[in-house]
Design a binder for this molecule. Structure first.
Ligand code: NAD
Length: 447
């Protein structure tokens, strides 16, 4: 292992390909999150705003001992694509350009959008792969026609290949709507079964999986901002490894689940018991409308429910967490638009079992929280693709930090605790750069 005190190139770093040239970002679904990310990147490029909320842009990483006082910016430590080198394109079921879509989403104010309008109007979606069976509340008008799912996948691949000619590297991210709840079936068990399913129009293959198949077939990393099954299946994991196209978990961890994965580890660390956790939300954007459909809500609910179960480990702490009543509600309420409000009531108990309550009321802005996460996932997946140690392992567990449903190797429980996830992410960066890992042991200071 290289000396901890430097952040310069080592044997490991020299193998990571540099981030030179243009990074093409293909965004599936150009709605509230996607347009807020794209407009935000342009605002930062033009010096109109700071990239707040983005670890890749604002975060630092400590190297060496605390006494070394050496904490460079992450983007100066690992070779990440520069925001000026990002080129956006994507797909949507509506023909609106990104300016029109952003105006419709109404996340950013008119003044900000007006400054960015000439650029945003140049980013136009391509026709989407869409089937209303998988998103009941939407009716797409700008969609690809194909003989079967194989034909549609070939059309996505043709779009990727055409875009590749204009940039140096490509990453794809799903910022599309939440699809109906689906469990892995026979068609997802192997790549051969999946490819046969494309030919036979298998109902188990959702549009998000057709995009993911297209990306992974082309060696393009794929991130999933929604809770859809998508790449969380053996067939797509196989393709990811085979073509050195990194994947990670799913569903941006932005508001309520973000708070859960901060608070729950604190209770567990102090051995405070929890008997109930009731979470409710009101939101009025298109995402809220889609989630008003019970089948899309079920997909979201499953993704949101998982975190507490894993953090509390009730099998290890039955006296504290065996009987938690965990309930989640999402209510579509148009007046609020993207400005979601979330309430959590947490029933906890302490010494001798005495009960207490905590109330959390988070008045958040969904897409303001999600946009920097989408950007970071894109930049880190591009790094993973250029890092020999990461590119062929398939699932990038170190990116769990950003996701409600982290993906892991088979048989491994996912790590949901935000602070463990943060340490894992930073240690992965240290590791691929040949720097010493930080264990927080610190005994050396007392020698
Ligand atoms: N904003 C957050 O905090 C947050 C957090 C976690 C997850 N998410 C998820 O991110 C996704 C995007 O959220 P949003 O608020 O931008 O929603 P949105 O409804 O504003 O945008 C989704 C876009 O996807 C398009 N779309 C749907 N199906 C498509 C398909 N098959 N191909 C191409 N485009 C398609 C829609 O037309 C729409 O423009 C949702 O699934 C949401 O659940 C958002």
């Amino acid at each position: 292992m290289a000396n901890a005190r430097h952040s310069g190139p080592s044997a490991a770093t020299s193998k990571i390909e540099p981030a030179t040239g243009k990074l093409g970002v293909m965004v599936v679904g150009m709605g509230a999150v996607a347009t807020t990310m794209i407009a935000g990147v342009e605002a930062v490029r033009r010096g109109l705003a700071k990239p707040i909320g983005s670890l890749t842009q604002m975060g630092t990483i400590r190297l060496g001992k605390r006494t070394d006082n050496h904490s460079p910016l992450i983007k100066d430590f690992v070779p990440l694509a520069d925001l000026n080198d990002i080129v956006f394109t994507g797909w949507d079921i509506f023909e609106d350009n990104v300016y029109e879509a952003a105006a419709h989403a109404a996340v950013l104010d008119k003044e900000t959008l007006a400054k960015l309008q000439p650029y945003l109007e140049t980013v136009k979606p391509m026709p989407a792969v869409f089937d209303q069976y998988y998103v009941k509340r939407l009716n797409g008008t700008y969609v690809k026609q194909g003989r079967n799912k194989r034909d549609l996948a070939d059309q996505v691949i043709a779009d990727i290949r055409a875009f590749k000619k204009t940039v140096d590297r490509v990453v794809m991210i799903w910022c599309g709507s939440t699809e109906i709840f689906m469990e892995p079936s026979a068609v997802h068990q192997s790549l051969a079964a999946f490819e046969a399913g494309l030919d036979n129009d298998d109902i188990g293959i959702a549009p998000s999986q057709i995009y993911a198949y297209g990306a992974l077939s082309e060696g393009v990393p794929f991130a999933n901002g929604a809770p859809n099954l998508t790449v969380d299946a053996p067939a797509l994991i196989e393709l990811s490894k085979r073509n050195s196209a990194p994947i990670c978990g799913k569903d941006f961890k932005t508001g309520q689940t973000f708070m859960k994965t901060v608070l729950a580890p604190a209770f567990k660390a102090r051995m405070i018991g929890v008997s109930g956790w009731f979470s409710t939300n009101i939101l009025g954007n298109r995402d809220g409308e889609v989630l008003d459909d019970p089948q899309s809500f079920k997909t979201k609910e499953e993704s949101k429910l998982g975190s507490l179960e894993y953090i509390f480990q009730p099998e290890l702490y039955p006296d504290l967490y065996k009987d938690i009543y965990h309930k989640i509600r999402i209510n579509y309420y148009p007046p609020r638009g993207d400005e979601k409000e979330a309430w959590d009531n947490i029933d906890i108990f302490g010494w001798l079992g005495y009960p207490m309550q905590i109330k959390v009321n988070f008045l958040c802005r969904d897409s303001i929280l999600a946009a920097p996460i989408a950007l970071d996932l894109v930049l880190f997946l591009d790094l993973a693709k250029r890092a020999p140690e990461l590119r062929s392992i398939g699932i990038q567990e170190w990116l769990s930090f950003y996701l409600k449903s982290p993906q892991t190797a088979e048989g491994l429980y996912p790590e949901h605790d935000l602070f463990i996830q943060s340490m894992k992410l930073k240690n992965t960066l240290r590791h691929i750069m040949g720097a010493e890992l930080i264990t927080h042991l610190g005994l050396e200071y007392y020698d």
